[in-house]
Each structure stands twice: as structure tokens, then as C-alpha cells.
Design a protein around this ligand. Structure first.
Ligand code: IPM
Ligand code: MG
Length: 310
């Protein structure tokens, strides 16, 4: 097997990755799994070293890898760079370059941590769901995008665009996951306003025909944002577009108690990228306070999905 590419990134990234690697190596030793690692640069550290948040060399090595472990990217030092040269753009180009179109974010309450959440114990006890966030389409990548002068005004433009095949492939993965779980899929959209959401809903309904054992429901994103903290136990698998998934998954972290607890796996045609849901937390970087559980759980997902070591 190809080496696992380690991208420590910025801020607390290197610290949490270090802890994740300890667990990964210990588990590998215990179960006799041979692993090799190689380090590469992504984000602010890559900008400092090469001027590019995603150096060619990093993309090449990630393309050859079966699995990539990532900390987090970004920080105040690079915040004044123009949009397309920021550390975050490196991450977005990596997701796109590897066609990692499905971002899985499992949300679960750990019984010993029930009182860590600001939400009431009886609301969150037993909550256990999985968010499937579309990761390589929508507002993050749509064109035209930019800031341009239109008459008197500067105008900022982003494009929310989805094709049938982009929707169908993430829907299919979400249905498959639901059929292995409690057999309920909630598709989140804004079909009362957005055309892309109307297509989203239509395609999800079409894909549902191949999964008669799964109950499909549709929910508008604003209502979903409320339901996630009002009654999170109602959810099994959630599937949604890129931006809605970004926002809802931060919100869902409140159920687990802290954003430091949530892992993620980004999957596509082959390989996988594993990273905690949180950011670089520059305010606590280097102080040893960062919670590495999100990364450690990401390592567990890496074992499961890329190494097939349940
Ligand atoms: C996430 C992050 C990223 C995103 C940022 C860092 C670009 O918030 O993975 O949720 O918006 O996708
Ligand atoms: Mg986010």
C-alpha cells in the first residue's frame, strides 16, 4: 500500500495530528498492520515555504495515496491575502483535485460527555447521525465568481450550481449509508426558493427508487437548523449541498459538546482525506489545550474506509 500522506497544516493542526498519529501507530502495531507515512505541505505553511497553498508536489503525492491525514489550514497571518491565494483555497483545490465529493461527518453523543453540551441532556441523549455533505460543487466552486465593478458599485459574485450527476452520486452514497443504519435519509435543501435545490430534490427522489428500504424525507435548511438542536434523535443520515453542510455540521457539533470532537472523512472515486471538522484555533495554538479527539476519530475513519481495518 502507498504511504499515508500527512498534512499537518497550520495553527493547532500539527498538535492534533501528532496525537492522531500516536493512536494510529499504536493501533497498527497492535494489529500488525504495516503503515508508511510521508509529510507534505498544505495551507499557510505551504504559502510560507513555496508561495502556493497547494504546491504541485503535495497534490501529486496525495494523488498517489490511499489515505491522507490532515490537521487544519488557515490563520490570521494569511487573512489579508486575496481570496484565491488564501490557505483555505489550497484545501478546496485539494478536495477538487482528488474529486473527494462526499464529506462524511458523523455526529454522536459520548455518554460521559453528556453534560459538556450546552443543550439539555434529555434532548441530546442517544443522538447519533451522519451528515453527508457534498464537497466539490455548489457555491464553493461555481463560476462566475469574483468581485467586479458594475457601474458605480463593486459587486461580489458567487454561483450556486449543481448538475444531475453531482447530486446523484452523493445521494447514492447517502442512501447506501442509510440502508446500513436506521434506514432513514433526510435530504436538506431550500427548494422553496432556490432552483438548484429544486433540481436537488428531483434527483434525490429519482435515486430513492433504487433504495425502497430507506425512508426519504425532505426538509428545508432553515427548519433543519432548528430541528438539529430541537430534536437531534430524529435524524439518521442527512444529505445536503456543500454550503448547507458546512454550516449545519458546525451547528451539530454542539450536540457532541465541542467542535473539537467531530471527525470527517472525504471520499471520492479512490483514496480518502481525513480531517477534524474544526479549524486552526490560532488563539490556543501551541498551548497544548486543543482537543485532539476529532483527529483521533478521523484516524478511526481512515482505518475503516481507506485501510478496511474495522
Ligand atoms: C470545513 C471548513 C472549510 C470549509 C474551510 C476551512 C474552507 O470550514 O471543512 O468545514 O468551508 O469547507
Ligand atoms: Mg466548516
Amino acid at each position: 500500500m502507498a504511504p499515508i500522506v500527512v498534512l499537518r497544516g497550520d495553527g493547532i493542526g500539527p498538535e492534533v495530528v501528532e496525537e492522531g498519529l500516536k493512536v494510529l501507530k499504536a493501533a497498527a502495531r497492535r494489529y500488525g498492520i504495516a503503515l508508511e507515512f510521508t509529510e507534505a505541505l498544505l495551507g499557510g505553511v505551504a504559502i510560507d515555504a513555496t508561495g502556493d497553498p497547494l504546491p504541485e508536489e503535495t497534490l501529486r503525492r496525495c494523488r498517489e495515496a490511499d489515505a491522507i491525514l490532515l490537521g487544519a489550514v488557515g490563520g490570521p497571518k494569511w487573512d489579508t491575502l486575496p481570496g484565491d491565494r488564501r490557505p483555505e483555497r489550497g484545501l478546496l483545490r485539494l478536495r477538487q483535485g482528488l474529486e473527494l465529493y462526499a464529506n462524511l461527518r458523523p455526529v454522536r453523543v459520548f455518554p460521559p460527555l453528556l453534560d459538556v453540551s450546552p443543550l439539555k441532556r434529555d434532548v441530546i441523549d442517544g443522538a447519533d447521525f451522519m451528515i453527508f455533505r457534498e464537497l466539490t460543487g455548489g457555491l464553493y466552486y461555481g463560476t462566475p465568481r469574483g468581485i467586479e465593478q458594475r457601474g458605480e458599485e463593486e459587486t461580489g459574485i458567487d454561483t450556486l450550481i449543481y448538475t444531475t450527476s453531482e447530486i446523484a452520486r452523493i445521494a447514492r452514497l447517502a442512501f447506501q449509508a442509510a440502508s446500513r443504519r436506521r434506514k432513514k435519509l433526510t435530504s436538506v435543501d431550500k427548494a422553496n426558493v432556490l432552483m438548484s435545490s429544486q433540481l436537488w430534490r428531483r434527483v434525490v427522489v429519482r435515486v430513492a427508487q433504487d433504495f425502497p428500504g430507506v425512508t426519504l424525507e425532505h426538509i428545508l435548511v432553515d427548519n433543519c437548523a432548528m430541528q438539529i438542536i430541537r430534536n437531534p434523535r430524529q435524524f439518521d443520515v442527512i444529505v445536503t449541498e456543500n454550503m448547507f453542510g458546512d454550516i449545519l455540521s458546525d451547528e451539530a457539533a454542539v450536540i457532541a459538546g465541542s467542535i473539537g470532537l467531530l471527525p470527517s472523512a472525504s471520499l471520492g472515486a479512490r483514496g480518502g482525506l481525513y480531517e477534524p471538522v474544526h479549524g486552526t484555533a490560532p488563539d490556543i495554538a501551541g498551548t497544548g489545550q486543543a482537543n485532539p479527539i476529532g483527529t483521533i476519530l478521523s484516524v478511526a475513519l481512515l482505518m475503516r474506509y481507506s485501510l478496511k481495518q474495522e
